[in-house]
Design a binder for this molecule. Structure first.
Ligand SMILES: [Zn+2]
Length: 217
């Protein structure tokens, strides 16, 4: 939001300075004044400097949204928290989905700033040997996607998500081998360390085993 305002502001200033030059460029003696190249150029440089990160942010959200929609089996929205939004954020969760007063989940999730950064770095990597933060970040998107399709129980959402981590990783561009390795790492290395409330009822032939082909066990 802040960058958008700065972008609009500097574009407006560049326009005003240019229009002012057009209207006043010829003085009373008929001399044509020089175009204010430096001020307009600086304004445009700042505007471009804001447009680049805004474009990258929108592109990242689109890629995540496409992957999440594929796993959700329908259109969902993904918002990556911006650096500015972290200033007022006191929550420790890695992402969230809001529920309406009627008890229906919104088909929109907010993924926290740091997690989106890990997703971005994973997307631009060769995906062969992801760091643990990157593995967790892909899983966070799966987990929030499970909330968006209506699962409110945390342990069940966690179990449904880890059975879809490979599908999510593939939807985001990993090869089947890379995707399965990532899902397996979450199941073996991260899941056992999850706090109470997120675990239980998960595993082969357990309560929440959906017998999916790409389950990590
Ligand atoms: Zn959750």
């Amino acid at each position: 939001m802040f960058l958008t305002l700065v972008l609009i502001g500097f574009l407006a200033v560049a326009t005003i300075v240019s229009v002012r030059w057009v209207l006043t460029r010829v003085d009373v003696l008929g001399r044509v004044g020089p175009f204010p190249k430096i001020s307009v150029g600086l304004c445009l440089a700042v505007a471009v400097g804001c447009a680049v990160p805004l474009g990258l942010h929108a592109r990242l959200e689109h890629r995540l949204q496409d992957g999440a929609s594929q796993v959700a089996g329908g259109s969902v929205a993904v918002h990556c928290q911006t650096a500015g939004e972290t200033w007022t954020d006191l929550g420790s969760e890695l992402g969230y989905v809001r529920w309406t007063a009627e008890g229906v989940p919104e088909r929109r999730t907010v993924i926290k700033y740091r997690v989106c950064g890990d997703l971005r770095s994973w997307l631009s990597s060769d995906k062969r040997d992801p760091g643990e933060d990157q593995v967790v970040a892909v899983h966070v998107l799966s987990h929030e996607t499970m909330h968006m399709v209506g699962i409110d129980n945390e342990a069940q959402a966690e179990c449904a998500a880890l059975q879809r981590d490979a599908e999510m990783a593939e939807a985001l561009g990993a090869t089947p081998t890379e995707a399965q390795a990532l899902a397996h790492r979450y199941w073996v290395e991260v899941y056992p360390r999850m706090p109470d409330g997120y675990t239980g009822g998960c595993g082969p032939d357990s309560r929440w085993d959906e017998h999916l082909a790409l389950a990590p066990w």
